[in-house]
Design a protein around this ligand. Structure first.
Ligand SMILES: [Cu+2]
Length: 224
């Protein structure tokens, strides 16, 4: 079913995929034109008996054109996609009602701290689960992302969310899941020998399921 891109699992997915596709089409067209041109020149100016090579500077006009078109295209893409950036990663992008979860990345695991039944981080009922991210569906979630040692990268493909975890920084990254299910969280930054096993499961629950899990996990029992 998802032979092309992964499931669209968050509110960002449609916009990110649209941008990805637009860039793919633009660069695809450029690729075909450039490669066809290359082939054409290779054949047209191939070595033949009696034909002498000659020196040419080239064409200033052609150079201006093939520099200006990509430059204008790139600036246009930047301007067009700016509101996605503002919405997803902008300084004030995190919705005020977002559910807070803290994730501490370290070689080579994800330590996920939940706010506990009171819904607030930094209180006595907080608890920690390794390599399991549980979130409710249809509700903004904000991850407070930190790192223990080196640069890691929090990457949940179905959410189309990727964010570096940088030592010494507390970075907020938010998303709103749209489809209940079990997905993958991977580290997208080569962070050492165990990088390949730095992965976790993401559980997107209905609100009732999430509340039930929270209740059980807060008592110190649950693992999933
Ligand atoms: Cu890592």
């Amino acid at each position: 079913m998802h032979w092309w891109l992964p499931l669209k699992g968050s509110t960002f997915a449609g916009e990110i995929d649209g941008l990805f596709l637009a860039i793919l089409i633009i660069t695809g067209i450029a690729f075909v034109i450039v490669e066809l041109g290359l082939l054409w020149f290779v054949v047209k100016y191939r070595a033949r008996p009696g034909r002498k090579a000659y020196y040419t500077h080239g064409s200033t006009r052609a150079e201006v054109i093939w520099t200006a078109i990509p430059a204008v295209t790139m600036v246009a893409l930047g301007l067009i996609s700016n509101h996605y950036w503002v919405k997803i990663k902008g300084r004030n992008s995190v919705p005020p009602n977002a559910y807070p979860i803290a994730i501490h990345a370290k070689q080579f695991e994800w330590q996920v701290t939940y706010p506990g039944p009171d819904g607030r981080l930094g209180t006595a009922d907080d608890f920690e689960v390794r390599n399991q991210l549980h979130v409710p569906v249809g509700r903004p979630v904000v991850i407070h992302l930190t790192s223990e040692d080196v640069i890691h990268s929090f990457f949940v493909p179905v959410f189309r969310v990727k964010q570096d975890a940088v030592p010494g920084m507390n970075i907020n990254v938010w998303f709103q899941a749209t489809v209940p299910g079990t997905y993958e969280l991977g580290c997208a930054e080569l962070c050492g020998l165990g990088h390949y096993r730095m992965r976790a499961q993401v559980f997107v629950h209905t609100q009732e399921e999430f509340d039930a899990w929270m209740k059980q996990a807060a008592k110190g029992g649950a693992t999933s």
